[in-house]
Design a protein around this ligand. Structure first.
Ligand code: BGC
Length: 372
């Protein structure tokens, strides 16, 4: 008898404990399980999922590895919150992917020709991937793979700091970067980058979110209307490196000065992977770009202090993402605010050199609204 009572007690204890464990898991509005983003690596570095919300119920979930935006919920024309960025349900999936989903890219977003540059008469060689002659997005172990230390200021703001050591991925100088994500009640997400270096270096951070404003990440974005405030672009050579010229956009299929669908653009131009020279010229109060989904009624406006923006419409994407949705080509688009590609080797482009004692500060704002 005694034995069976203690057996029952043990079973009920186990049951209570397992129920407790179950009920302790609170999913985010976007359906993410924060536990699946918690880890400690062999160096004792920790990862987690951080959640920001504004008073309209807009929600952004961020992991400190690469400051990746994992989900971004914004209201559609019916007031329902929809996730509008590609990403994964668990951390390991990010480790096995080279798409930079939602990440802060750096130290140098986009390409540097032949992964080399000269600064103050010193030559630097950068790390690159085996299949690309250039440096791309800061190298294989760029910011997108690094652990940022997060301070959650309040419900609407986080700051992530990362200390990048001299010669990391080949870049000179110890560089400390702080990225702030802030949601405001007018449904804006602002991303603010600050940095300091102890040696002359080059620096060009951005955010690499893949957007799909339809409200259904399995859907195509070809019906999205795009506007870009740019009358020139930086043409590329066969290695995706700017030739150094500025070309007029007029009468080309690159022209988005009158909003048009991605479908009509891609039909003429093929998929986009191009840097636009912004007419906003670093003035954050002037609209830089805009995207609109007729299905959800969601509009995204982009404002930035940066002089350029990369329109990237991945053609050959084939990856299983959040909730088992398969992301394919024409499922998403990126609008990456940045300095022009290969600026360290292009004397005619605005400089990306950062020197000790010069504070670095740039901001990009994504503003969301709806139209019926
Ligand atoms: C670049 C593409 C590159 C992609 C990788 C984009 O920012 O412009 O050329 O293939 O990132 O995700």
């Amino acid at each position: 008898m005694k034995k069976s009572i203690s057996f029952i007690i043990a079973i009920s204890l186990l049951f209570t404990l397992s129920c407790k464990k179950e009920s302790a898991v609170v999913l985010t509005d976007s359906g993410l399980n924060p536990i699946l983003f918690q880890s400690i690596n062999s160096d004792g570095k920790k990862s987690d999922l951080f959640v920001l919300k504004n008073k309209n119920g807009m929600e952004i979930c961020v992991t400190n590895i690469g400051m990746r935006i994992v989900s971004l919920m914004v209201p559609d024309k019916n007031g329902e919150k929809k996730d509008i960025v590609l990403g994964f349900d668990r951390l390991e999936q990010y480790e096995n992917s080279d798409n930079y989903f939602g990440a802060v890219t750096g130290r140098y977003t986009n390409r540097i020709a032949n992964a080399k540059f000269v600064l103050d008469r010193v030559s630097y060689e950068l790390r690159k991937k085996f299949d690309d002659p250039n440096s791309l997005h800061g190298g294989p172990n760029g910011f997108h793979t690094q652990y940022f230390t997060i301070t959650q200021e309040n419900e609407t703001e986080i700051k992530g700091n990362y200390f990048s050591k001299n010669k990391e991925e080949g870049f000179p100088g110890d560089l400390s970067i702080t990225v702030t994500y802030k949601l405001a009640d007018d449904n804006t997400l602002s991303i603010h980058y600050e940095a300091e270096t102890n040696m002359p270096t080059v620096f060009n951070p951005s955010n690499h979110s893949y957007f799909n404003l339809s409200g259904d990440l399995s859907q195509s974005v070809l019906d999205h209307q795009i506007y870009i405030n740019a009358s020139t672009y930086t043409p590329l050579n066969e290695n995706m490196i700017p030739t150094g010229e500025f070309k007029d956009i007029k009468d080309t299929c690159f022209d988005f000065t009158q909003a048009k669908t991605l479908e009509s653009g891609i039909a003429e131009c093929g998929n986009y992977d191009l840097n636009y020279v912004l007419g906003s010229e670093g003035d954050i109060s002037v609209l830089a770009a805009k995207a609109f989904s007729p299905t959800s009624g969601i509009t995204m406006e982009v404002y930035t202090t940066e002089p350029g923006i990369q329109l990237y419409t991945p053609e050959d994407l084939q990856v299983t993402g959040k909730k088992g949705i398969v992301y394919k080509g024409n499922n998403s688009f990126c609008l990456e605010t940045q300095h022009y590609p290969d600026s360290p080797n292009q004397p005619n482009f605005p400089t990306t050199v950062l020197r000790p004692g010069e504070p670095f500060s740039t901001t990009t704002i994504y503003k969301f609204s709806t139209n019926k």
